[in-house]
Design a protein. Structure first.
Length: 382
């Protein structure tokens, strides 16, 4: 369902008094111009906005794209450094040095201390490493530093990367304990259709639920061709953030002082979180990788939505090779993603007992069955 609210309302959710800790993501097309140079004047305005928010008591975490675009210019690489994986990795290695220097200079001029964190997918998918990242961010914020995060594209490959900083921002917000994410973008929100080709397209000020109809409004293309995101990536980020109880807004970054503009004039699209998962459940909700998949019947799907554990009797298919304690996805009878959880059994045992009631499982397993295939305490709905 989409609520047509006053366009000024969304910004209130990100006011320092309401949102004590905020993640701000800046895309490549905003930070770097067509020639591959930093848009220093525009970025100084963003830093001024951030400094004002810090002075008002809001803690800020930045997710900054731009390393590949900056490095490509310095190395003279074609296609913005994205002609090949090797080019992208080389461009990132050079560009990240330049990007960190820009942030250090501009934040320093505003009286703020910059701190750099380069993350890979594994840093946030592995539970122990995730907690280490969370502890580092928390300590930096305690010390009044401003963490500047980016994906470590120098070592990331197609198989082990976020692929876009929109989802990295949502995942980082979970680790940081933030209650809001702002994606500064070269579009001013989610539209019912592509406004470039459909004059009847209208912007949605507030989205209350990411229904299939809403998800279908997005395309995977970026307007500039410089970055790796697009509206589809932003909606996936909104889903990840919302599953952990975090509000997310897409707002127009093409204006001067975009955060002030958003706060004063509204605009953009606000995605309301459907629930507030905490701790391990928030980590589960935001995962991009799983070790296997459990497909359940309609009765089990309904029980899960009421807060029940997943029993083997309701499982119709088991895919993948996983061990007890690994993360598995739970799909409904139509293949829709229902949630994620920690498996109570290895894959082979899960296959052996799927469809069986508890009293019939011991004879198959050779030992007393556990209470559930995935316990409710280790399960989160998406």
């Amino acid at each position: 369902m989409v609520a047509a609210l006053n366009p000024v309302i969304p910004a209130a959710a990100f006011d320092p008094g309401v949102c004590p800790r905020l993640v701000v993501k800046i895309g490549s097309s905003l930070l770097v111009d067509a020639a591959g140079a930093v848009r220093t004047g525009w970025l100084a305005g963003v830093v001024a906005d951030l400094a004002e928010r810090r002075a008002a008591g809001q803690e800020i975490v930045i997710v900054s794209s731009g390393a590949i675009a900056l490095g490509a210019r310095r190395l003279g690489l074609e296609k913005g450094g994205r002609a090949s994986l090797e080019d992208a990795q080389a461009a990132a290695a050079v560009g990240q040095v330049a990007l960190a220097g820009v942030w250090e200079q501009l934040l320093g001029q505003a009286g703020l201390t910059a701190a750099q964190l380069l993350l890979t997918l594994g840093d946030l998918e592995d539970r122990r490493r995730y907690l280490n990242v969370a502890a580092t961010i928390a300590r930096l914020l305690d010390l009044k530093a401003v963490p500047v995060l980016n994906e470590n594209d120098t070592v990331a490959t197609a198989e082990i990367r976020f692929g876009d900083n929109d989802r990295l921002a949502a995942r980082a917000a979970q680790a940081a304990g933030a209650s809001g994410v702002i994606l500064l973008s070269d579009v001013d929100g989610l539209y019912t259709a592509n406004p470039a080709s459909d004059p009847t397209a209208r912007r949605l000020p507030v989205v209350e639920a990411l229904t299939p109809e809403v998800m279908a409004m997005a395309t995977g293309e970026t307007r500039s061709g410089m970055g790796s995101g697009g509206m589809a990536a932003k909606l996936l980020a909104a889903r990840m953030a919302g599953a952990a109880g975090i509000a997310l807004a897409i707002c127009d970054g093409r204006v001067e002082r975009p955060l002030s503009h958003f706060a004063n004039a509204g605009g953009g699209t606000l995605f309301l979180p459907p629930r507030a998962a905490k701790g391990r459940k928030a980590w589960l909700a935001g995962r991009l990788t799983v070790n296997g998949t459990l497909t359940v019947d309609a009765g089990a799907a309904a029980a899960l939505k009421r807060g029940a554990s997943l029993l083997a009797a309701g499982v119709r298919a088991v895919e993948g090779r996983f061990k007890r304690g690994d993360v598995v996805a739970i799909h409904g009878p139509a293949g829709e993603l229902l949630g994620r959880g920690l498996a109570g059994y290895d894959a082979d045992d899960a296959r052996a007992i799927m469809g069986l009631r508890n009293e019939a499982q011991a004879a198959v397993l050779g030992y007393a069955p556990r209470a559930a295939l995935v316990h409710a305490d280790h399960l989160v709905l998406i």
